[in-house]
Every structure is written in C-alpha cells, then in structure tokens.
Design a protein around this ligand. Structure first.
Ligand code: PMP
Length: 312
C-alpha cells in the first residue's frame, strides 16, 4: 500500500474502487492528461484530527474544466458529481487528518476528436502540513536557485493549464537545482522576468508589501495566490501588488516565499546563495502563514465561504 501513500480506496470512472485495482492498460495516453491539486483541512486545528473541509473547491474545479478545454478533453462528470467523488473518496478511506486530492483526467485509448472520451480517477491521501504555530518544517532552511531553464511560454504550451506535459518543464529545473545541492528552483519567463517555482507561485516582500509576478509571466494562475492577493489587504492589512519582478528584485527583497496548495506558505532562506532579508522566516511570511492556517482550518469566520464540508 505504501506506493499509494496510504490511500486504500479511490474514485474511478464513477465508483469507489480499491486503489490497487484502479487499473488501466499501459497503452492509455495518461501523459496527455490534466489534473488538479486540492486540499481538505481538519476543522479547528491544522495539526489535529477530525472532520475536513475542502479549501477553495470552486476555483480549483473551474480551473480543471478550463484545462480540459485547452487540452481538448471532455470532462466525463459535472462539477456536482466531482464534489461527491471527493467526499466519497475521503469517507471511504476514513481519513481523519488533512487530505490532498488529485483528480486526473486523460483521453481514453483510441479517443479522437469525433469520439472524445476520457477516463477519470480521483485519488486522495493524507499529508503533513507546513502550517500551524511552531511547525518545525515551516522554519527549515530552504536554499533556492534561479534555474537556467526558462518557464514555458504561453504561446508554446500554456502554463495556465494544469497538464502533465507542463511539468516536464519544471521537472528539468527541479532536477538541475537539486543536482547542484539546492532545495528549490525559481524559473524566469521567456522575457527574463521572474515567473514561478516548480509547483508553486512566488511572492516577495518589499517595504512591507507583498509583490508577485502577473499571470502573463508564464505562471499557473494559482488559487492560493489569488486568494492571498484578494484578502491580505483587508484581513491582515498587508498591501499587495502584481508586477514583473527582476532577478535583482529577488535578491533585494526583505522576504521571499512560495504559495500554493501543495507548498502552502513556504519561506525561502536564500536565492543564488544570497541571503534574503534580516530574519528567517520573515515576519510578514509568518503572519501570512498564521492567517492561511486559520482560514483553511475554519477559524476565520469571514472566509468560511471558501470551505466546503466533506462530512454532513
Ligand atoms: N504553479 C505551479 C506550476 C503549480 O504546480 C502550482 C500547484 N498547483 C501552483 C503554481 C500553485 O497553484 P495553486 O495555488 O492553485 O495550488
């Protein structure tokens, strides 16, 4: 079971099946598929056990449908059926911790424009969060490097869609920096401006303001990024700005961190061996981490609408 991260059951093509029996032919073109990464957090305590709520279901599922359009895939189920699939998967596994959900859709073998059928599998597994007060993993040193690989341009392979093919690009960057002993990569776009990391968006803090590159800098339009940009000014009194960042901006920033469903809020210690800021993790990054932790665990009443309960 360990190969499936402890997920005994998953939802596949309409029903719950044992993960070990969720089989398709090796001839299936899974590499032409798309996916989403979504998290459900335990109510009340990100480090506790209990009933989960999915964070930001709607923007994630909307993005999945947009990814399907550009990649020529037919979604085999509607959005209502997919929320039920998510619930059933978590309930079947009897998970009581935080859960990562990863719906995957790909064309059936032999599918064509005239016969555009797709497969869907909806796996889920528990994960260790970086969030929460005194979480030691949050404070770990993370040395990042600007990769020599550029982020794919949107007129070549649209980074805004979450297709597996796009991860061949970030995979090159990730392997390059890890060979050289770094913990993570930052990619520039084809113009030479900062784009994003391998599986998360990048934010920097300059004069107390959070700044992040625009969607046109070849980023995946991150749900977490959009959430923070929208709510940080109101809820935490942190101003935000969307603008192109240069490599120098990275080095000169007071703080730098990743944001994303998987990465949550991940502080960065140094970029190209240049230490970022005076203090690690930075004050603003830590404040945002606490805020995000409260929102996803249902402690922030104002943002309750971002949560979808799993259990009735
Ligand atoms: N960029 C890339 C390349 C990603 O894979 C992810 C993870 N989905 C993100 C950014 C962050 O997006 P989100 O906040 O929607 O998870």
């Amino acid at each position: 079971m360990s190969g499936f991260n402890g997920a005994k059951y998953c939802w596949m093509n309409g029903s719950i099946v044992e993960t070990e029996k969720a089989l398709v032919s090796a001839m299936e073109p899974i590499h032409l598929g798309i996916f989403e990464g979504i998290k459900a957090y335990v109510e009340g305590d990100v480090n506790g056990r209990g009933k989960q709520n999915i964070f930001a279901w709607k923007p994630h599922i909307d993005r999945l449908f947009r990814s399907a359009i550009v990649n020529g895939l037919i979604m085999p189920y509607d959005k209502e059926q997919l929320i039920e699939a998510a619930r059933k998967t978590i309930i079947a596994n009897n998970f009581t911790g935080n859960v990562y959900l990863q719906p995957r859709i790909w064309p059936k073998a032999g599918a064509s424009r005239n016969n555009p059928e797709s497969h869907i599998v909806f796996p889920a597994w528990e994960f260790n969060t970086l969030l929460g007060v005194n979480n030691q993993s949050f404070n770990k040193e993370r040395r990042f490097m600007v990769s020599s690989w550029r982020r794919i341009a949107s007129d070549a392979l649209p980074p805004q869609s979450k297709s597996w093919a796009n991860y061949a690009n970030t995979g090159l960057a990730g392997r390059e920096v890890s060979r050289l002993g770094y913990n993570g990569a930052i990619l520039l776009d084809n113009r030479g401006f900062v784009s994003e990391s391998t599986g998360a968006c990048l934010m920097v803090v300059m004069e107390g303001k959070v700044i992040t590159p625009p969607v046109t800098a070849s980023i995946l339009e991150s749900v977490t990024r959009n959430f923070l940009l929208k709510h940080l000014p109101i809820d935490v009194n942190i101003q935000t700005e969307i603008r192109d960042l240069t490599r120098l901006d990275l080095y000169a920033s007071e703080e730098a961190f990743l944001c994303g469903t998987g990465a949550e809020i991940t502080p960065i210690t140094s970029i190209d061996d240049i230490k970022i800021g005076e203090r690690y993790p930075g004050i603003v990054t830590t404040q945002i981490q606490n805020y995000y932790s409260d929102v996803v665990s249902g402690k922030n009443d104002r943002r309750r609408l971002w949560l979808t309960p799993i259990w009735n």
